[in-house]
Write a new protein. Structure first.
Length: 249
C-alpha cells in the first residue's frame, strides 16, 4: 500500500487532503483511481488508512477508514551524528540510516573533513537531505519523517548530544570487543542513543578524547577499517536488532 506524508492541518477527523507534488505522483505516475487505498501520516507516529474519494487538479481527497499508532518506529530514539563525507555519500547515509530506524541525523564538521560548505550551500544541502529523508521514510514505511539537523561543529554536536542517555563513538584504536558489546547491550536499555561517525580520515585522537571527557563511550567495530558510509550502518544495524529483540520479550 502506498504511503504519503501530509501536513497536520490537512487531517480533519475522517477526511484527509493530499496536496503538493504527491498529487501529480498519484495521478500521473501511480495512476491511482477513486476507491484505491493508501496510508497517510503527518509524520508524528500515527498512521491513517484511507480510501481515495476524489482526485482533483490540486488535491486528492481521502476518507479515513482506520487509524492507529505506527508500529515501525523504534522505542529508543537513535540520533546519528555523521561527519560530512565527500561527494554524495551523505545522501546514501541518510537513506540507509532512516531505513534502519534512525530518528534524527545531525551532520557535523570534524577536523579531517574534506568538504567545506558556506552558509548558503549548507542550507541548500540540508533542504535536499530533508527531501531525501522524507522519500526514504515513505519507502521504508516509517511513521515519522526523521529530522536532518543543521550542520554543526564537533563541539556543538557534543553539546547537542549532552541530554542523550548514551553516546557511542566508534574508533579504530579501540580494540576491546568484549567491552564494546557490553556497552552496546547497556545502551539499548535506555531511551536515547547517539552515534558519532567520523569522516573518511577518521577522528583525530584529540576529538575522541574530548568526546570521552564529555561522557561518550568509544567502541570497536571489529578488526577491519570501515568506510564512513559503512560504519554508521553497522552500528545502526546492531542497535535495531537488539532493540527490536527486546520488544519481543
Amino acid at each position: 500500500m502506498h504511503r504519503f506524508f501530509v501536513p497536520e492541518e490537512n487531517i480533519r477527523e475522517r477526511e484527509i487532503r493530499i496536496t503538493g507534488d504527491d498529487v501529480n505522483h498519484i495521478k500521473n505516475v501511480l495512476r491511482m483511481k477513486p476507491g484505491e487505498q493508501v496510508v497517510v501520516s503527518c509524520g508524528k507516529g500515527m498512521d491513517y488508512f484511507c480510501m481515495i474519494q476524489e482526485i482533483k487538479e490540486e488535491a486528492v481527497c481521502l476518507s479515513v477508514t482506520e487509524q492507529k499508532a505506527a508500529v515501525t518506529e523504534l522505542p529508543v530514539k537513535i540520533t546519528l551524528f555523521q561527519a560530512l563525507p565527500k561527494n554524495d555519500k551523505m545522501e546514501f547515509v541518510i537513506q540507509k540510516a532512516i531505513e534502519l530506524g534512525a530518528a534524527e541525523i545531525i551532520p557535523f564538521r570534524a577536523k579531517r573533513c574534506i568538504v567545506k560548505l558556506d552558509e548558503k550551500k549548507e542550507e541548500k544541502k540540508r533542504l535536499r537531505w530533508q527531501a531525501i529523508a522524507e522519500s526514504a521514510a515513505k519507502q521504508s514505511g516509517r511513521g515519522k519523517v526523521p529530522d536532518i539537523g543543521e550542520i554543526m561543529d564537533f563541539s556543538q554536536a557534543l553539546d547537542y548530544a549532552g541530554t542523550i542517555d548514551t553516546v557511542l563513538i566508534p574508533y579504530e584504536l579501540c580494540e576491546d570487543m568484549e567491552s564494546s558489546a557490553e556497552t552496546i547491550q547497556n545502551a539499548v536499555k535506555g531511551n536515547s542513543i547517539a552515534v558519532f561517525i567520523g569522516p573518511e580520515g577518521g577522528f583525530e585522537r584529540s576529538e575522541v578524547e574530548e568526546a570521552v571527557s564529555r561522557g561518550a563511550a568509544p567502541i570497536s567495530l571489529g578488526k577491519r577499517i570501515l568506510r564512513t558510509e559503512t560504519a554508521g550502518m553497522a552500528v545502526l544495524s546492531v542497535l535495531m536488532f537488539l532493540i527490536e529483540g527486546r520488544q519481543g520479550k
